[in-house]
Design a protein around this ligand. Structure first.
Ligand code: HPA
Length: 279
């Protein structure tokens, strides 16, 4: 990556952040929540909401996946100022890692200190069967991409430490919120692949040997970019199906339908977590 390309990327982040900041007015979101497939309703639960369609944010493409909207929703959740991203940019849609990570970089620029990432995932571990919720303890990046490739952008670490990419304190708070609400919250390692084809049974057997608990096609680019900017991360997977070869053949519509069954629980859990995040 050449220097002018870096300058271009930094200008893109600034332009998007400025556009969002203008719409935020006096709001100062502390927590950003990225909604995966089927979680769009959480955007409706935001109080005093201001909705910012992607069309109004320079550099933000229109989302292309069924079940994903295309807006940021700023307001409060449990009294905490939040920014909800409804509709993400997947690598499998042909988006560059820079585009996949653009919203998170914009959030960091706006002063957001915590990222809550959510996704739909296939259960790889034998006892992770739908519908279940999994707190992400760590990830494996098998997308073959990384949003930090190129010269380091201003405000980003060149070699961010990923030892505790998913913040230990936030994970403990998530488990506390889950216990309080009587929600079963499994824990495990999330592996991201490029997609968009689902995995083969042979690939799933490989992932089992690698220590993977759940498999999906998102979240990892966002978390890497967030860590490079010092944003604390916590992530949740909705286990929508048994991974390939471990159950019935996979169908995106069924994945969405299963997601909807636990999405409400995850919404309540996230609200309980957000309430506990120290200022
Ligand atoms: N594999 C990859 N991504 C997914 C899956 C899966 O089984 N389920 C939901 N998203």
């Amino acid at each position: 990556m050449t220097q002018p390309e870096n300058a271009e990327r930094e200008a893109e982040i600034r332009a998007a952040a400025d556009a969002v900041a203008r719409r935020l007015g006096k709001r100062r979101p502390r927590v950003a929540i990225v909604l995966g497939s089927g979680l769009g309703f959480l955007g409706e639960e935001v109080q005093d909401a201001v909705r910012i369609p992607y069309a109004d944010i320079p550099g933000f493409p229109q989302p292309g996946v069924v079940g994903h909207k295309g807006e940021l929703v700023a307001g409060t959740l449990a009294g905490v100022p939040v920014l909800v991203q409804s509709g993400r940019f997947h690598l499998y849609e042909g988006h560059s890692p820079a585009t996949a990570a653009l919203p998170v970089r914009v959030f960091a620029q706006l002063g957001v200190g915590t990222l809550v990432a959510t996704n739909a995932a296939g259960g790889v571990r034998q006892n992770l069967r739908p519908p279940a919720l999994m707190l992400i303890t760590d990830h494996i990046n098998l997308t073959g991409r990384n949003p930090l490739v190129g010269l380091a952008l201003a405000g980003e670490q060149r070699f961010p430490d990923m030892t505790v990419a998913y913040d230990a304190e936030l994970r403990a708070l998530a488990q506390t919120a889950a216990r309080e609400q009587g929600i079963a919250l499994e824990e495990g390692v999330y592996c991201a692949l490029l997609g968009p084809s689902y995995e083969t049974p042979a690939e799933i057997r490989m992932l089992q040997r690698l220590g993977v608990d759940a498999v999906g096609m998102s979240t990892v680019p966002e978390v890497i970019a967030a860590r490079a900017r010092g944003v604390r991360c916590v992530g949740f997977s909705i286990i929508t199906n048994a991974a390939a070869g471990l159950g019935a053949p996979l169908d995106h519509k069924e994945v969405l339908a299963m997601g909807a069954r636990v999405a409400t629980q995850l919404g309540a859990l996230i609200t309980g977590l957000v309430r506990r995040i120290p200022a």
